[in-house]
Design a protein around this ligand. Structure first.
Ligand code: AVJ
Length: 329
């Protein structure tokens, strides 16, 4: 407790830091197909823009996933079992997590992991006041690299990792499998993964979801260049780049790019990056799965699909996978 009687929040900090950001930006911009890691979208401003995307009707992911959670929460609680230690990868604003927190009454502790320190602190404060009895152990980390999990004060029956939003779709297929293997190790035998998985659907629906009429997704994409300008002393002219997103049916993914509108040279931190007119920086992939494709990938990582919940249109799925205790790869 501090002098005002507030609980002190201790964040376990494994944030990659500016050096790693700089190195990843420079190496990405030196590739033949220029690219930037999508995890860097989520600075303070980017996290706010992402929250705005999540309120758009066209971006069907959050409202579809939330309604699946609300419709089937009783079944989910049954399937997850008692005395769970809940770990969330990429907790963000924790909107969907609250549905779980409200219904998993004998939860042992909740470990939100996020790359955005500001948001993590803010959310932890809110949870502390809304769920005074719940032990919340925040971890600031890039969960694609290693970090240590905090130890809760009570023992748990098993670990459940929560990974909503179809963030798994932001990984390329190989890394996605490895990431699932890593989660299987974190869960241990008897543990499970509650995961949001976006499904293949009409490309027109996908197109509107990533090209919203208010331009919020475009602003979200362009904020990455603005962040590089601010944090790495870059001189990207934002008006000389354009948001471009499309569904690639061959690869089963939505790709987001930033296209250079002219021949130009950009500088950052002493590095010069040339752009030809029409050349793009690939900033995000968002893979869409069939239920069968996902089941196969999960199996290779050592998970068995225990339960699948979907919406009526079969646009999105929430799935509970259990660790079968040994990978088949
Ligand atoms: C929800 C983080 C997976 O790929 O759909 C939203 C983020 N990008 N609009 C997705 C995103 C563009 C996103 N994730």
């Amino acid at each position: 407790m501090d002098s005002k009687g507030n609980k002190q929040i201790r964040v376990h900090d494994f944030n990659p830091g500016q050096e790693v950001f700089r190195a990843e930006v420079i190496s990405g911009l030196r590739k033949a197909q220029k690219e930037l890691p999508c995890k860097y979208f989520y600075d303070e401003h980017g996290s706010l823009l992402y929250e705005r995307i999540c309120t758009l009707e066209e971006y069907y992911v959050p409202h579809t996933e939330t309604s699946i959670m609300e419709d089937y929460i009783d079944e989910m609680v049954q399937v997850l079992g008692p005395h769970v230690l809940l770990i969330e990868y990429g907790s963000g604003d924790c909107a969907k997590t609250r549905i779980l927190l409200n219904h998993l009454c004998d939860l042992v502790a909740y470990v939100p992991i996020d790359i955005s320190r500001e948001q993590l602190l803010h959310v932890t404060e809110q949870l502390a006041s809304d769920y005074p009895k719940l032990e919340v152990l925040p971890v600031c980390a890039d969960y694609t690299s290693g970090f240590e999990l905090p130890v809760p004060s009570q023992p748990s029956d098993h670990v459940v990792v929560y990974f909503p939003g179809s963030t798994i779709g932001n990984f390329e297929p190989g890394p996605a499998r490895h990431f699932l293997e890593h989660i299987a190790a974190v869960c241990g035998p008897g543990g499970g993964l509650l995961i949001g998985v976006d499904l293949k659907k009409d490309p027109g629906v996908l197109h509107h979801a990533y090209n919203d009429s208010q331009g919020v997704t475009a602003a979200f994409n362009l904020n990455l260049l603005d962040r590089i300008n601010r944090e790495l002393d870059g001189d990207f002219q934002l008006e000389s780049f354009e948001h471009y997103a499309f569904y690639n049916p061959q690869e089963g993914r939505v790709e987001m790019h930033l296209v250079s509108l002219k021949d130009q040279t950009v500088h950052l931190d002493g590095v010069t990056v040339p752009f030809a007119s029409g050349e793009s920086i690939w900033t995000e992939s968002s893979y869409k799965f069939s239920l069968d494709e996902f089941k196969q990938m999960a199996a290779v990582a050592g998970f068995k699909v225990e339960h699948v919940w979907t919406d009526e249109q079969q646009w999105f799925s929430v799935q509970y996978l259990v660790n079968t205790g040994g990978t088949t790869s």
